[in-house]
Design a protein around this ligand. Structure first.
Ligand code: FES
Length: 137
């Protein structure tokens, strides 16, 4: 597994998402209330760009006439046919046993952990000969 540094946390505030292509896979990273989640940007139903859909909540009912709206901003609705998936897990609320969006783990790490070397710049030998600076390539 290869680590990919996505962005500084400040560039992805709560309620936003960032689209990426990682090793040929279209992926979206979401900031949901300060937590980060990744989803494959391909709907398991018929392949729409799932992560371009609206973020919504989950309407549930325990009794007739009782509706509870939870998980606000944690459910994504596919722009093609409206199937809904939990951003945290990829679970489908339309057909949970057959369909699941591919979810990816996303972590937040300190800058020192992700930018620490060993990075080595290419060096070029420089010498001074009779008051001329000479670069050897
Ligand atoms: S392609 Fe996403 S619901 Fe159909």
């Amino acid at each position: 597994m290869t680590r990919h540094v996505i962005a500084p946390v400040d560039e992805l505030p709560p309620g936003t998402r960032k689209f990426l292509d990682i090793d040929g896979r279209p992926i979206a990273i979401f900031n949901v209330k300060g937590e980060f989640f990744g989803l494959l940007n391909r709907c398991p139903h018929q392949g729409a760009a799932l992560c371009e859909g609206p973020l919504i909540g989950l309407a549930q009912s325990s009794d007739p006439g009782e509706i509870e709206y939870t998980k606000l901003g944690e459910i994504i609705r596919c722009p093609w046919h409206g199937w809904e998936f939990d951003i945290r897990t990829g679970q489908s609320y339309c057909d949970p046993k057959r369909f699941r969006a591919r979810a990816y783990p996303v972590n937040v790490e300190s800058g020192s952990a992700v930018v620490k070397g060993p990075y080595v710049a290419e060096t070029i030998a420089v010498s001074v000969e009779s008051d001329y600076v000479v670069v050897d390539l």
